[in-house]
Design a protein around this ligand. Sequence first.
Ligand code: NAP
Length: 481
Amino acid sequence: MTESACPDGIDFFVGSERRRSQQPLEVRCPYDSRRVGSTWRATEAHVDEAVALAERHAPAMARLSGGERAAILSTASERLWEERELFARTISEEAGKPLRDARGEVGRAVLVFQTAAEEATRIGGEWMPLDVLEATRGQWALVRRFPLGPIAAITPFNFPLNLVAHKLAPAIAAGNTVVLKPSSSTPLTALRLASLLYGCGLPEHALSVLPCTPLIGEHLVGDPRLRMLTFTGSPPVGWRLKSMAGRKRVTLELGGNAGVIVHHDANLSYAARRCAVGGFTSAGQSCISVQRIYVHERIREAFESEFLEHVRALKVGDPADETTDVGPLINEASASRALEWIREALSGGARLLTGGERHGSCLQPTVLTDTTPVMKVNCQEVFAPLVTIIPYHDVDVALRQLDDSEYGLQAGLFTHDLGLVFRAYEQLSVGGLVVNDVSAHRVDPMPYGGVKGSGLGREGVRWAIGEMTEEKLMLYNPAGL
Ligand code: NAP
């Protein structure tokens, strides 16, 4: 048995104070239910105290210079790199993510903090002339961004470090205080990160990290002292929380049923390899995971055969094993739910090309074809290692089918046809179109987010800083001098 990377009884943070409660929260590895560590669930009283601290200390945070904020963030980036193996093991144990992928996630978070360090010194503004009327001769305005103040952040289980980094790094860069509720399945990584940040010069009480139940999370969302809710998670929860957020600014990074088009002129081998990565990394538990692949009829057979070869070669199993490609789903219920959707598709006439078996919380990478648009495997978010192949003759029909979704996060398009690229860019209702790669391709500094049911607002450090700051105008009238 491997030794756990997570000590038992990690305290949570009410501001910079370490606290416990009467409610222990045990964290188990989704692969074998092995206990990997524990913390405590925060109560309503802890939330109230954390929000009060965030409000009280917001002015001190806002007064930090750009250089001071950059120094905290770049130290955090360096320390995270130094502690990368410990963080990777913590992620792997609590999320069941294969070690190799967990290491990749830490590398991404290192970049997010480094990017935030750079952006912290570049939050510029605008000077604009207002001498547009005779009455305003000589007048001008400055438009500057100011920190919002105390922010509530809520994060999901699937990237327990990098998605927390995408909240905290821009919030610190912008000069805000934060109260974070991490996922109850994966709170340990976030607590480790809070401890790291306080060791990098983050001012006293600038951050609280409160593992807690969804009900206590709702109490946090409803607190009128907070100026913003930044939420990453499932669409039903996100939209519900928006309705409870009152006057707060709200950004929602939600899910989808991402589609990819492989056109007949594409580099087929590259597309097949990338689709296997994009559909099955993190066991399909990524919001932009490839779920629907539209393939031109002319290359269908060749694509299918190469794609299936890659999929069948994926090694499923223990996330702690260095050679594992696909780990478990976050719990057995999620694997059972995905299997049910597969069975429903098969009974509706779909054909199983590979996979379709479950062992505990692991689902064998599964590929279906001959599906219909209304099957759950196509029209809902699968969030499991499950992909459908949908052939097409007319690429404009494929574009419309891909777009005929309640969601719109990212889409992929493999083609050499520039006309098609620009048509897709204009027509698809998505937050991002990835050309010659899969929907599941995210380079962390880029603007990232969805439209329709997939969310509101953008992350990616520069854009998140925009969401986490408020523009204030100063109009100057020289006539009064
Ligand atoms: P989830 O069930 O919506 O949970 C996300 C977070 O919200 C968790 O911290 C959860 O707490 C909390 N929560 C749940 N119900 C709540 C409530 N009523 N009030 C306050 N907080 C509440 O999502 P998940 O299963 O962790 O993550 C998977 C989902 O996240 C997928 O839909 C995926 O597409 C989406 N996602 C989106 C992005 C993106 O950037 N667009 C990235 C990653 C994931 P508990 O853990 O305590 O339940």
